[in-house]
Write a protein that binds this ligand. Structure first.
Ligand SMILES: [Zn+2]
Length: 110
């Protein structure tokens, strides 16, 4: 449960239903029973309403502790948050670094 009381959690749940509807954000199933961090707190995600969503148990299990690829772009308001997220995602293999390709012109002296 962490630092949130059951009452606080119930209020948060009600606010999420009000904001997004009483449906799973991924599959649309009614009455989802888990609150999910779109970007996990470990990756710098906050606990504001914008970073929370309702997921059904199955979708939450499938997503595991990873950022939600569908919604990441919406809720990274600052460049710093984006950089933190990219660092975290690279470290956890969610994003893969692409090697830079050096383009060498043929007429460039060696
Ligand atoms: Zn679902």
């Amino acid at each position: 449960m962490g630092k949130f009381s059951a009452e606080k959690r119930a209020k948060q749940y009600a606010r999420l239903i009000e904001a997004y509807g009483d449906v799973c954000a991924h599959c649309g199933r009614a009455h989802p029973d888990t609150i999910d961090h779109v970007i996990p707190t470990a990756a710098g995600g906050g606990s504001s309403l914008a970073n929370l969503q309702l997921l059904c148990w199955n979708c939450n299990q499938r997503k595991a502790n990873a950022p939600d690829p569908y919604r990441v772009g919406e809720i990274l308001p600052t460049l710093k948050a984006e950089v933190d997220y990219v660092k975290w995602a690279l470290k956890h293999g969610i994003l893969q670094a692409r090697p830079l390709k050096m383009v060498v012109r043929k007429d460039t002296p060696a």
